[in-house]
Design a protein around this ligand. Structure first.
Ligand code: CA
Length: 372
């Protein structure tokens, strides 16, 4: 679907985060008096968007292109955003600094890449045994999460916003069956972020490899296992040709949230309507990516199972129980080490408890009923 075909683009920021948004607008109204003129008729404002993805990478990368296109269309081409794939303007892991320093006005990536800036950034992308996509959106936009995220990024001069979600990922590709927690011992697996830390505590060896190197590492036996995303992206990488067993669920990435990073000064210098367009385009792109992953994972799973005869396996209950216990420890230690991390962790945990209580009666009960 092209940008022009997407219906019902909201013209104002919905209730979610409205308080923060209005506060931002107040500051902008003042700033606008002295900011350089961006009146109509002077030609478009041009922004650069740097991303952590290879150019046109399915799902996450095309999501960044969709966002840029949407901003152009919604603004009547008054604001034009040019997308740069990883390495085109800056390297994948330089996106945060590039936007903070104003080399680019926007970035698209995932906050767990920035744990070197602050360990709590990881709480806004994927927490093992944390929130699903639906719950992440609830927490961020109506549960106080976005405000905490903005507070964490404010010292860097950055405005973050959820701009995509993969949904629950898969547990990964393995060349041997995982029958008990013992089988994780000595397992060399490509698994980044908090999930990797958890695997290390389970006796495994986490490896962090960029997407482009995964297939050959798995095929050559340099690694025993890998996680990547889900059927849609995994099929495209051909991972089924390098490993026998496809495990679920992705306990380590239950609703991985992608982010847009916006240079605060650049955002504040825009007229109010363009600011609203940028933020709301991010929110449309956020929902759209989840919709795309949902649709494409369905068909890709069918292809993997029916055409490629992939053997799909569930992690045994005791394996998941052990990983969950270790995850709580890893996440708890990050929270204990820093006041900002503690505040975010406590908010996230409170929201998860509430969401679990409600979803036990709604999503979970319904899905169980549908299977019955
Ligand atoms: Ca992953």
């Amino acid at each position: 679907m092209t940008v022009e075909q997407r219906p019902n683009v909201p013209s104002t920021t919905p209730t979610a985060g409205r308080r923060t948004f209005l506060q931002g607008v107040g500051a902008v109204a003042l700033a606008a008096v002295t900011a350089p003129s961006v009146a109509r008729g002077e030609g478009p404002i041009r922004w650069k968007m740097v991303t952590t993805w290879p150019r046109n990478f399915p799902g996450v990368g095309t999501g960044a292109d969709f966002l840029a296109g949407l901003i152009g269309v919604m603004s009547g081409e008054r604001l034009k955003v040019k997308v740069y794939g990883a390495g085109e303007l800056v390297g994948a892991f330089e996106v945060f600094d590039a936007v903070a320093q104003g080399t680019a006005q926007m970035g698209h990536g995932a906050s767990y890449y920035w744990k070197g800036k602050h360990p709590a950034t990881q709480f806004f992308s994927a927490v093992p045994f944390g929130l699903t996509a639906q719950e992440m959106n609830g927490w961020l936009f109506h549960g106080g999460g976005w405000e905490l995220w903005q507070k964490l990024y404010a010292p860097f001069g950055l405005m973050p916003i959820a701009t995509g979600n993969t949904g629950v990922q898969m547990g990964g590709w393995f060349n041997k069956e995982i029958r008990s927690a013992e089988d994780l011992n000595g397992l060399k697996m490509r698994i980044p972020g908090l999930g990797g830390e958890v695997l290390a505590r389970a006796g495994g060896t986490p490896v962090n490899l960029p997407g482009g190197e995964i297939f050959s590492a798995l095929q050559s036996g340099a690694i025993d296992a890998t996680e990547w995303v889900g059927p849609y992206n995994d099929l495209a990488f051909g991972l089924h040709k390098a490993a026998k067993f496809y495990y679920y669920p992705g306990w380590h990435e239950p609703g991985t949230t992608l982010e847009a990073l916006i240079n605060r000064q650049a955002l504040d210098s825009l007229p109010k309507d363009l600011q609203s367009i940028v933020l709301n385009a991010c929110r449309v792109a956020n929902q759209d990516m989840l919709a795309e992953y949902t649709a494409r994972n369905n068909t890709a799973l069918e292809t993997l199972v029916n055409t490629h005869k992939v053997q799909v396996r569930a992690f045994p209950k005791d394996v998941l129980a052990k990983l969950k216990t270790l995850s709580e420890a890893v996440v708890g230690e990050i929270a204990a080490a820093d006041p900002a991390a503690r505040e975010i962790h406590d908010s996230l945990r409170r929201f998860r408890d509430q969401a679990m209580a409600w979803h036990r009666l709604s999503e979970q009960a319904y899905m169980d009923a549908r299977l019955a």
